[in-house]
Design a protein around this ligand. Structure first.
Ligand code: URA
Length: 209
């Protein structure tokens, strides 16, 4: 069974409260989502492999640790997942970015894939799929299916807020995919929104409605 990690650092919880506030406008919402994604990326990359290198300091030679160079791909689920990319690239600037476009059919609530463009060596990269909201889990499950169909092997999922239903759905469909969240909320409502949640993440990021 996949591991579920809630990253409840005080800075993340503080920023998440501001993000949830309906009076937070798009500019601040976008900045805050980016900041939380950057802070979360610190934890999501905690197990990155290191190698020992020799460095000349101004004083002497010394052995230091540097990243071993395993390549990373960030794959936002369009469109709300885009809001997390820039923050993550601040910490992992060498990562490549793939894109998967899914939308929710408003009647059936089922996800539909309409776009998929990935780095050509996706099968050997550590992949971090991003989507701020893990609601029914349908988009995440389908996005991960689309990645696996194209050869991806090392996948983790990073969201700001999840529902218990969404977490369960991903765990059942993809027991090999670890899930990282800032918080797991109470439930989904009848329209598929997370309660208390933050509303529609895409609309709030991009100022649409
Ligand atoms: N997508 C969102 O943006 N918000 C929700 O609450 C659920 C799905």
């Amino acid at each position: 069974m996949s591991k579920v990690t809630q990253i409840s650092h005080p800075l993340i919880l503080h920023k998440l409260a501001l993000i949830r506030d309906k009076n937070t406008g798009s500019k601040d919402f976008r900045e805050l989502v980016g900041e939380v994604a950057m802070l979360m990326a610190y934890e999501v990359t905690r197990d990155m492999q290191l190698k020992t290198v020799e460095i000349d300091t101004p004083i002497c030679k010394t052995k230091c640790k540097m990243l071993a160079g395993k390549k990373v791909a960030i794959v936002p689920i369009l469109r709300a997942g885009l809001g997390m990319v820039d923050g993550m690239l601040k910490l992992i600037p060498a990562a490549k970015v793939g894109h998967i476009g899914m939308y929710r059919d408003e009647e059936t609530l089922q996800p539909v894939e309409y776009f998929c463009k990935l780095p050509q060596d996706i099968h050997e990269r550590d992949i971090i799929v991003t989507d701020p909201m893990l609601a029914t889990g349908g988009s995440a499950v389908d996005a991960i299916n689309a990645l696996k169909k194209r050869g991806a092997k090392y996948i983790r999922l990073m969201c700001l807020i999840g529902s218990p239903e969404g977490v369960r759905a991903v765990q059942e469909a993809h027991p090999d995919v670890d899930i990282y969240l800032a918080q797991v909320d109470e439930k989904l409502n009848e329209k598929g929104y997370i309660v208390p949640g933050l509303g529609d993440a895409g609309d709030r990021l991009f100022g649409t409605k």
